[in-house]
Design a binder for this molecule. Structure first.
Ligand SMILES: NC(=O)c1ccc[n+]([C@@H]2O[C@H](COP(=O)([O-])OP(=O)(O)OC[C@H]3O[C@@H](n4cnc5c(N)ncnc54)[C@H](O)[C@@H]3O)[C@@H](O)[C@H]2O)c1
Length: 370
């Protein structure tokens, strides 16, 4: 595996990838070479390359694309052109058309396309999915999914991309929530959305751990995509979910550590943060007075890169894999759908065929995925 893009999130991948015998991180690259050198040193990666060198290296079979959203499509297309399988951070593209191009090109080339998030493969969402399937709360009839915050300009060194097209709370955080919901409920029948830009500009307020303003502190960023997105999803199973993804809601009481709530005919389930791999699942029967925390029944300890490792097993064995491009394309169509619905005042009926990927195998030892 070769990694392109060595910024804020790359450490999470590089730290976890060594747990999977099926992958070996052979090289890192970045348009800013200094970033690649820093990560190579920190994680003992044997080679630092330019993007061109990495794409030309025949020993690299899988490109892990951890660049910013607007570079996801160009790097994916170049990787596929170079005969390499490709797995990208989310979103798959900055709009639905980009996602379609990548998935279609992968198909033409006979190469695999994968995409984050892989958090749904963690014990938290996997256990929640099993409990829903076992009807612990009966038939799910309604759900809420809330990510309500102030935005990332307070802590991220280079937060510009969060306010460009392909960013915003829906394209940034929506993938975690929507991927989890698809895994819990299956495909979406239709959706409606309302979205707005709540403020025209944002100011970067990034400080170091000692509270010292960093190099971009005070820089003003134009907001080019809605920073407050709300919507309603009707799933094919009948469940109606209300979603809010917002960078415009300071001090909100919504969200918290169990930001998805599912209301069933027999009770209610609180689902842990889909931006994490574990967390606490709580269930309360319709007439029960107390919440019960449920044990997580899947393998614990996974982190970012389990999706790419699962894809590497698929490359070797020909089996399906979970964080696949088709699922990411279904998610991208929903995200774009909220913005389109808001603009046109119409409901959107998704066109992408979606099937839930296989559940994780709870009986395998940590790190083993086949
Ligand atoms: N920061 C997080 O907490 C976080 C969490 C989960 C997912 N993500 C996702 O990961 C991706 C990267 O986010 P980040 O926070 O690490 O961003 P970042 O800006 O910190 O890092 C991106 C890196 O990619 C490099 N890069 C950009 N364009 C490139 C190109 N064309 N070719 C080669 N290198 C290029 C940059 O120089 C930089 O080193 C985004 O899609 C983001 O949504 C970020």
């Amino acid at each position: 595996m070769g990694v392109i893009g060595c910024g804020a999130i790359s450490g999470a991948y590089l730290g976890m990838a060594s747990n999977f015998p099926v992958v070996e991180v052979a090289a890192v690259a970045d348009v800013v070479m200094e970033n690649a050198h820093r990560k190579a040193k920190e994680f003992n990666i044997p080679r630092v390359m330019t993007v061109d060198e990495l794409l030309a290296d025949p020993s690299i079979e899988l490109v892990l694309n951890l660049t910013v959203p607007k570079a996801h499509l160009p790097i994916a297309m170049r990787s596929l052109e170079a005969g390499k399988h490709t797995y990208a951070e989310k979103p798959l593209g900055i709009d639905f058309a980009e996602g379609q191009r990548v998935v279609e090109f992968g198909r033409q080339k006979g190469l695999l396309v994968g995409c984050a998030p892989d958090t749904f493969m963690g014990a938290g969402i996997q256990t929640a999915r099993q409990l829903i399937d076992e009807k612990i709360i009966g038939e799910p009839v309604a759900a809420t999914a809330f990510m309500c915050g102030k935005g990332h300009e307070h802590w991220h060194a280079n937060p510009e991309f969060y306010y460009e097209v392909g960013g915003g709370p829906m394209f940034d955080m929506g993938p975690y929530y929507l991927t989890a919901l698809l895994n819990l409920f299956g495909p979406v029948k239709r959706l409606m959305g309302m979205a707005r830009i709540s403020r025209a500009e944002r100011t970067i307020l990034h400080k170091d751990a000692q509270g010292k303003p960093m190099h971009k502190y005070g820089k003003v960023i134009p907001v080019q995509t809605p920073d407050h997105v709300t919507g309603t999803l009707e799933f094919a199973n009948g469940c109606i979910c209300t979603i809010i993804q917002s960078f415009a809601m300071a001090h909100s009481q919504l969200g918290g550590t169990q930001p998805i709530e599912i209301y069933g005919t027999k009770g209610t389930m609180r689902v842990p943060d889909p931006n994490g791999f574990e967390g606490v699942i709580s269930v309360r029967g319709w007439d029960e007075t107390e919440w019960r925390d449920m044990p997580l029944t899947f393998v614990k300890g996974y982190g970012r890169s389990v999706g790419a490792a699962d894809m590497a097993v698929a490359i070797r064995t020909g089996r399906n894999f979970r964080a696949n491009g088709q699922q990411a394309l279904a998610v991208l169509e929903l995200m774009q759908g909220f913005l389109d619905s808001s603009r046109t005042s119409r409901a959107i009926v998704p066109s992408v065929h979606y099937e839930r990927p296989a559940a994780m195998n709870p009986n395998l030892p940590f790190g083993q995925l086949d």
